[in-house]
Design a protein around this ligand. Structure first.
Ligand SMILES: [Zn+2]
Length: 369
C-alpha cells in the first residue's frame, strides 16, 4: 500500500474464465490432531530431596512408562499416572504396590500427592505447544509443513491459482457437459497435466460403480492400459509414438475444452506406463508415503502421486477407492450428505489405513456452487 491510502480498485473483466477466482479459498481438512488438546488429570508427588530423583525416574519409566510426551519432573513434582488408571476401590498406594516399586521409591511417590492437569498428547502445532506448556512442560517436534497446512501457506501462488482453476473447471464441466451431475478431474501435479476426467452417469445414485470417483479411478487405469468398467463413452486415442497418453480422457470433455478458447493453455495427458518389474512393484507397495517420489521413480501406477479434483465430496466407497489407488491429494468443492471426508467421516484421518491422502476443500462465496 502506498502513502496516499488504499490501493486503486482492481478492474475485473467479468467475462474472464477466472472472474470469480478471488472468491474461492482452499482449506486443508485436518485431523483432530490439529485441534485443541484436551487435559487429563494425573497424580503427582513432590520429592523431598534431589537425591531421590534418579531412582524414582528410573523405576517410573520402567514400570509406568506412559506419559512419554511429557516431562516427567517439573519443579520437583513428579508425574505418576493418570487418575483414570486407578480403580474406584483402590488408593494410589494400593495401585502402586501392584508394580513392585522398591520401598524407597514407593515412599517418595506417596509424598505430598496431588492431582495436576496435563496435556493428553504431544502438540502438533506451535500454538498448541505454547498453550500446553502453561499447564505442564511437554515434548514438541516443530514441523514446518504441518504449520503451513494450518495457516494455508502450503501452496505457492501459482499452485493456488491452478487449484482454483480446477475448481472452476469442475463447475463448468458439470454444467456444460454433464447435465449438472458430479464430475471429477485427475491431474499429474508434476506437469499440471490433466490425466483423466469423469462424470457421474445418469443412474449414478442407484449404481455405486457409476459414481464419478469410481469412473475416474477406472479411467486413470485406462491411461495405464488397464480399466475394468465397460463404458459407452468414446475416449481420445493416442497418436502413434506419443510421449504422453490421452487414453484416460473421454472425448466429450476433451473436445469441449479443446474448442473453448479460455482453456487453450491447459495441458493434457499422462506419462506412459513403464513396464514395472515385479521387484519394483514390491517396493512400491511398501513405500506408499512418498507418492510423488514414487511416481517419478517408477512411473504411473494407479493414482500414485496424482491429485484428484471433485465437484462433490466423495462417499465412503469412493473415498476408499482413492485410498486403494493411492491418490496424493483430494480437492473437493461441495460437501455431500453422505460425504466421507468432512460431512460424515474423516476417512483420511483414520490411522489404521495403509495409505493417507491429504484433503482440501474449496470454499466459495456461493458464485460457484
Ligand atoms: Zn461415491
Amino acid at each position: 500500500m502506498d502513502a496516499c491510502g488504499s490501493p486503486p480498485p482492481v478492474k475485473r473483466n467479468r467475462q474472464s474464465p477466472t472472474d470469480n477466482e478471488d472468491s474461492i479459498g482452499i482449506r486443508a481438512v485436518l485431523s483432530d490432531e490439529y485441534n485443541e488438546i484436551a487435559l487429563i488429570k494425573v497424580h503427582s508427588c513432590q520429592l523431598e530431596t534431589k537425591q531421590q530423583l534418579q531412582s524414582v525416574i528410573q523405576e517410573l519409566s520402567k514400570k509406568l512408562p506412559r506419559l512419554q510426551h511429557l516431562k516427567r519432573v517439573h519443579d520437583r513434582n513428579v508425574l505418576i499416572c493418570p487418575t483414570s488408571d486407578i480403580g474406584d476401590a483402590e488408593t494410589l498406594e494400593e495401585h502402586l504396590q501392584r508394580y513392585a516399586f522398591s520401598a524407597n521409591v514407593l515412599r517418595a511417590l506417596c509424598h505430598q500427592v496431588k492431582v495436576v492437569e496435563v496435556p493428553a498428547r504431544m502438540p502438533k502445532l506451535r500454538v498448541q505447544y505454547e498453550q500446553m506448556i502453561q499447564h505442564w512442560p511437554c515434548k514438541f517436534h516443530p514441523n514446518h509443513y504441518s504449520e503451513s497446512l494450518r495457516n494455508g501457506s502450503n501452496f505457492s501462488i501459482s499452485q493456488r491459482i491452478f487449484h482454483k482453476r480446477m475448481a472452476q473447471l469442475l463447475a463448468r464441466l458439470s454444467r456444460d457437459v454433464n447435465k449438472d451431475r458430479p464430475v471429477g478431474i485427475c491431474v499429474d501435479p508434476r506437469q499440471s497435466s490433466i490425466v483423466s476426467i469423469a462424470g457421474a452417469s445418469e443412474s449414478y445414485s442407484a449404481h455405486g460403480h457409476e459414481h464419478c470417483s469410481m469412473l475416474l479411478v477406472d479411467f486413470v487405469a485406462r491411461s495405464q492400459q488397464g480399466g475394468a468398467l465397460k463404458s459407452d463413452l468414446s475416449f481420445v486415442e493416442d497418436e502413434e509414438k506419443a510421449e504422453t497418453t490421452l487414453r484416460g480422457l473421454p472425448k466429450a470433455y476433451y473436445d469441449y475444452l479443446k474448442k473453448n478458447e479460455a482453456y487453450q493453455d491447459l495441458k493434457f495427458g499422462a506419462e506412459v506406463s513403464r513396464k514395472c518389474q515385479p521387484q519394483q512393484q514390491v517396493l512400491l507397495n511398501a513405500d506408499h508415503s512418498q507418492g510423488a517420489d514414487n511416481l517419478t521413480k517408477y512411473g504411473p501406477y494407479l493414482c500414485t502421486g496424482y491429485d484428484v479434483y471433485l465437484l462433490q465430496e466423495p462417499c465412503l466407497m469412493c473415498s476408499m477407492a482413492f485410498v486403494h489407488s493411492r491418490a496424493k491429494r483430494i480437492f473437493f468443492l461441495r460437501p455431500s450428505d453422505n460425504g466421507a471426508l468432512v460431512t460424515r467421516f474423516q476417512l483420511h484421518a483414520v490411522k489404521e489405513l495403509n495409505h493417507h491422502y491429504e484433503v482440501f476443500q474449496f470454499t466459495t462465496d456461493g458464485s460457484l456452487t
